[in-house]
Write a protein that binds this ligand. Structure first.
Ligand SMILES: [Zn+2]
Ligand SMILES: [Zn+2]
Length: 173
């Protein structure tokens, strides 16, 4: 892809505002989530929407040395015991984005039937602050409950952090 092609692609993206992440990114996020040992299986993929390349991915779960305490104990605890999928994906991608500051991040929860669980909105302040601090992430995709059914929603990184803090009633800037 030439620089002009990339520019065209970026212009095209801005003009069309996709209503969902690319299918291959969703598929990769769901496959990544399968690696989680926990009852709530999350997968994150960080990708460049212009070049259509993945830069890092991660799943949730306790540090490799520990493992999940099991289905019964996991509920309500693994969020605290675990490294979140975002943290692993950010670490995996850290060496791979020379100069790129227009990356998108997709978060999925894997449903038992293999599809994406619709969430209620941003819910993790530990991850939202890391995403905004990373500077290279410009958009965060969540599959959310909507007025009718569920839909993909893309937050700007700063917007995502603010929405998280507000929704959790931590702070309203
Ligand atoms: Zn667990
Ligand atoms: Zn998190």
């Amino acid at each position: 892809m030439t620089d002009i092609d990339k520019k065209d692609s970026a212009t095209h993206r801005a003009a069309t505002s996709p209503s969902s992440p690319p299918g291959w990114v969703i598929t990769q996020a769901l496959l990544t989530a399968k690696g989680s040992p926990c009852r709530s299986k999350r997968g994150v993929v960080i990708y460049d929407p212009v070049t259509d390349h993945a830069l890092g991915s991660g799943y949730n779960g306790p540090p490799e040395l520990f493992g999940c305490p099991g289905r019964d104990l996991c509920r309500g605890k693994c969020g605290k015991l675990s490294i979140h999928a975002e943290a692993r994906a950010l670490r995996a991608a850290a060496g791979g984005w020379p100069g790129a500051v227009e990356l998108d991040l997709v978060h999925v929860e894997l449903a038992p039937d293999g599809s994406v669980v619709a969430c209620d909105g941003p819910s993790c302040w530990q991850c939202s602050r890391e995403i905004v601090e990373a500077r290279s992430i410009s958009g965060v995709w969540l599959y959310q409950v909507a007025t009718v059914g569920a839909a993909w929603h893309r937050y700007g990184a700063v917007e995502f952090h603010l929405a998280t803090l507000k929704r959790l009633e931590i702070y309203d800037f």
